[in-house]
Write a protein that binds this ligand. Structure first.
Ligand SMILES: NC(=O)c1ccc[n+]([C@@H]2O[C@H](COP(=O)([O-])OP(=O)(O)OC[C@H]3O[C@@H](n4cnc5c(N)ncnc54)[C@H](O)[C@@H]3O)[C@@H](O)[C@H]2O)c1
Ligand SMILES: O=C(O)C(=O)C[C@]1(C(=O)O)C=C[C@@H](O)C=C1
Length: 302
């Protein structure tokens, strides 16, 4: 069954959007859908009573469901917004209730594992188009979301070979109207790119903050009190959700380990240059990296 006609104007892109999971990304999608009229009805589902109570107070859902099946019934677009490790079980739970012709997507930070875990549960006649907004903060939960999160940020879609191009086009339109710029690539390439641009930086941040805290405990030094701005930036990233990041590293193992190997070699190069007083090598590398920062600022992604 084919998807509905694409609406290039300001009409809702979908009649009913169902969001499975109401954390930072799920609540931001709900807010932007309402603010920009991307859907006539936003159905939200969350397992926990406490989260559902908070979602009701915040008021970003048109309907709120304890059971995912009730949210996805009749939905034209379902976006799974749980940690990567929970995506497979979510797909299995909603599969029998999906409407023929519906689009199922996700926002997971890893794509090969999501395709592996969700793909087998998606019924014939339902279109599976995985996605990943490259937009976020260190905060989590329903209070963390805001409508502007995706504004000017990339959203990567990883359509499956042989998938329906009309479904991908419709999901593109949804994300564009949410403020994002879209890039399509295959899941394997996505996972390699994100391993270096997002996953390794988080691993380094978690490590450096943990090293500093251990040092402070063992030496009674005032590491935290006098934390310089470099360390402070790392602490922001290292405050990110532990479950989300546990799942990312468990599910993008190969690519992260490959980048970690390269990183270790480059770190050894710097270690050697410091040991042997090779200032030219240090200066040359620091000069090269400075231009990368300028490029990111010029691309308005800083
Ligand atoms: N935080 C970011 O910066 C960011 C950015 C882009 C993509 N992502 C991806 O988006 C997804 C959601 O991240 P978030 O930041 O919104 O997380 P979050 O912790 O704010 O929200 C996660 C939601 O999933 C629910 N959940 C957790 N475990 C579950 C389970 N086993 N079954 C069903 N529901 C479960 C939680 O109750 C919560 O509603 C993750 O896959 C993450 O990789 C996050
Ligand atoms: O801005 C942040 O705090 C983030 O870590 C967001 C960030 C990133 O690494 O850029 C984190 C994970 C996501 O998959 C996408 C975006």
């Amino acid at each position: 069954m084919s998807t509905q006609e694409i609406t290039p104007n300001n009409d809702p892109v979908f009649e009913r959007v169902a969001l499975v999971g109401a954390g930072l990304i799920g609540s931001s999608l709900a807010w932007v859908s309402r603010k920009k009229g991307l859907a006539r009805h936003v159905a939200v589902t969350s397992r926990s009573d406490a989260t559902r109570k908070r979602v009701a107070e915040l008021g970003f859902a048109d309907s709120l469901h304890a059971e995912a099946k009730d949210a996805v019934t009749d939905a034209d677009l379902v976006i799974v917004c749980t940690p990567v490790g929970a995506c497979g079980a979510a797909a299995e739970a909603i599969a029998p209730y999906l409407k023929p012709g519906a689009i199922v997507s996700d926002v997971g930070s890893v794509k090969m594992a999501v395709v592996r875990d969700m793909g087998p549960h998606i019924p014939e006649g339902v279109h599976f188009v995985p996605g990943h907004p490259i937009a976020g903060t260190e905060h989590s939960g329903p209070d963390a979301g805001f409508a502007e999160l995706f504004e000017g940020r990339w959203c990567i879609l990883t359509p499956l070979p042989g998938g329906d191009p009309a479904a991908t086009a419709k999901l593109r339109l949804f994300w564009e109207r949410a403020g994002s710029m879209i890039e399509e690539m295959d899941a394997e390439h996505h996972d390699k790119v994100l391993a270096i641009t997002s996953h390794l930086p988080h691993l380094i941040a978690y490590t450096i903050v943990s090293t500093a805290v251990d040092l402070e405990e063992s030496t009674k030094n005032e590491v935290i009190k006098f934390s310089a701005s470099g360390f402070r930036d790392f602490t922001r990233i290292a405050a990110s959700d532990p479950v989300m990041w546990r799942d990312i590293f468990l599910n993008n193992r190969e690519a992260v380990l490959e980048m970690l190997q390269r990183f270790s070699e480059d770190l050894s190069y710097l270690q050697r240059a410091i040991r042997w007083g090779e200032g030219d090598k240090l200066q040359e590398l620091f000069t090269r990296t400075r231009t990368i920062r300028r490029g990111i600022i010029e691309a308005k992604q800083a």
